[in-house]
Every structure is written in C-alpha cells, then in structure tokens.
Design a protein around this ligand. Structure first.
Ligand code: NAD
Length: 259
C-alpha cells in the first residue's frame, strides 16, 4: 500500500513507532509550520502568492535590485509582516520537546521567521537555509544589522534606505529567489541528512531546491521519511508515512505518542 493510501490512524501509529526507535532525528520545516502562528505561507490555498501572483516579484533578487519601486514595496511588506507579533505554536513546541529528549540532530528550515529559536530550540540546532528576516544586510559590503535599525529609518520616512557605509542597496538577510544559498549551510544540511535515521518533513511543498534534496539524500542514506503536510508534496512517494492534516495537531501527537 502506498503511504498516501494509509488510513490516518495507521500513518500516525507508524510515525510514532519510527520516532520511538530513532536515535538521530532531523526536522525539515517549511512555511506550513508557522501558519498556525498567523504567518501565511506562499503556495498553500491562502498563500501570499496564491492570492497575489505579483507578490512573487518581491522575493526575486532581479526585480529587487533593478527596481526601486519593488524595493519600497518590499520594505513596506517587511514592516507589516505578521511575523513580528507571531508567537510559536504547538508544532514548534513539539520540536522543542524532541530536542529536550536528546533525539533531535537539527532543524533545517526554509523559514525566515526565527520562531524555532523563540520557541526554545537552541540556535546552534537550527540551520536557516533561506536566512532571516530579523537582520538586514548590504548587497555590496559587509554591513549587517538587526532589522530594528532599518525599521527606524523606514519609520522616519526613508522609503528605500541605503547602506550608511557604502551607499549600496540594503535588503533583509534572507535568500531571495535568484540568490545562492550559503555554502556552509548546504554542507551542514547534507551532512545532517546523511547521518539521520529519521527525517520529519513538516509544512513544506518540498518543491524548492536545493533544500528539498534533503529528502532523497536522507532516504538514500537509509533514513525513514515521515511527511506532515496539509496537501500532497513532491516527495510523498519517498515517504514511509504521510500524515495529512494540521501540523499544530499532528506533530505534538507524533512526539507525545513516541515516548
Ligand atoms: P510553501 O508555501 O511552498 O508550502 C507550505 C505548505 O504547508 C503547503 O503545502 C501548505 O498546504 C502546508 N500548510 C500550511 N499550513 C499548514 C498547517 N497548519 N498544517 C499542515 N500543513 C500546512 O512553503 P515552503 O515549501 O516552505 O516554501 C516557501 C518559501 O517561502 C520558503 O522557501 C521560505 O523561505 C519562504 N516563506 C517563509 C515563511 C516563514 O518564515 N514563516 C512564510 C512564507 C514563505
């Protein structure tokens, strides 16, 4: 039987048993783990891009660098992000419980919201593959500051603040489409994928590479794969268990039931 055809209770029981027997668990998280904290995803039914396809331009480095109007819109949308007020939810808390149990080797996240660290996972456990919205950087020099520093300039009336050191273009310290990922993060993600014996992929369509490649890498290295997502993902065929439903409900049940 394919994992997709599993009755939900059987998939849950299998996921709990894999977790009970695992020693080295890697979590791969996407925007779906933070929607229950009030931060919309991009590609889900209520996603930012699903509702406004033009919004994709704000996350594309080519448009960002060439068009001051896109930059002004991007700064406004950063200031207005619900992530600033968001609190971690039960899904984040479940991964903290897993770390406290000594089983979590790491969290590879596509998220930029910092909620894993705010929930209580140690920062050294979290690999933020797409960077963080909590800092800003210059695209031309090494200027790197907390986002609050730039927010003050925006509030003071600068719609597209430039770098105080070199006059370059500033951007949140996130990896936009068209930008390369940090090589050290990629190497760490690959090493974590090779050494884990269970991969929990949570809240991602698993369609954005190279992060999605963590799934086949872990599989080839002999790990069990458990996918928790409301919708089908690109990697469901590789999974040993697929759980469809709300992460805030399912992830705590997987973790609590694996003691
Ligand atoms: P995505 O938008 O491609 O997919 C999210 C998936 O999560 C969807 O399949 C959706 O059905 C599912 N989902 C949403 N809420 C859920 C819930 N409560 N329970 C179960 N499933 C749920 O997300 P992605 O694959 O992570 O890619 C989006 C990209 O955009 C990422 O690379 C990330 O950098 C960025 N992003 C980050 C945030 C954030 O930091 N919170 C938010 C939006 C986008």
């Amino acid at each position: 039987m394919s994992p997709d055809a599993d009755p939900p209770d059987a998939a849950l029981a299998r996921a709990q048993s894999y977790l009970r027997n695992a020693q080295c668990v890697l979590a791969l998280t996407g925007a779906g783990i933070s929607t229950e904290s009030g931060i919309p995803d991009f590609r889900g039914p209520q996603g930012v891009w699903t509702r406004d396809p033009d919004a994709e331009k704000l996350s594309n480095i080519r448009y960002y660098l060439s068009d001051p109007e896109i930059r002004k819109k991007a700064w406004r949308s950063r200031l207005d992000s619900p992530a600033w007020e968001a609190r971690p939810n039960a899904g984040h808390a479940a991964l903290v419980a897993l770390e406290e149990r000594g089983k979590l080797s790491g969290i590879i996240t596509q998220n930029i919201d910092g909620l894993h660290q705010i929930a209580g996972n140690r920062p050294e456990k979290v690999v933020e593959m797409h960077g963080t919205m909590r800092h800003a950087r210059c695209m031309s020099c090494s200027y790197y500051v907390p986002m609050e520093v730039i927010a003050e300039r925006l509030h003071a009336g600068e719609p597209d603040p430039d770098c105080p050191d070199c006059g370059g273009i500033l951007k949140s310290a996130t990896v936009s489409f068209g930008q390369a990922l940090v090589p050290a993060d990629l190497m760490r993600a690959e090493a974590l994928a090779r050494e884990c014996d269970l991969l929990l992929a949570v809240g991602s369509t698993l369609s954005v590479y190279p992060v999605a490649a963590v799934v086949p890498t872990a599989k080839q290295s002999g790990a069990r794969i458990v996918i928790v997502n409301a919708e089908p993902t690109e990697m469901d065929e590789l999974a040993d268990a697929v759980l469809r439903g709300n992460i805030g409900e399912l992830l705590p049940r997987i973790v609590a039931g694996s003691n």
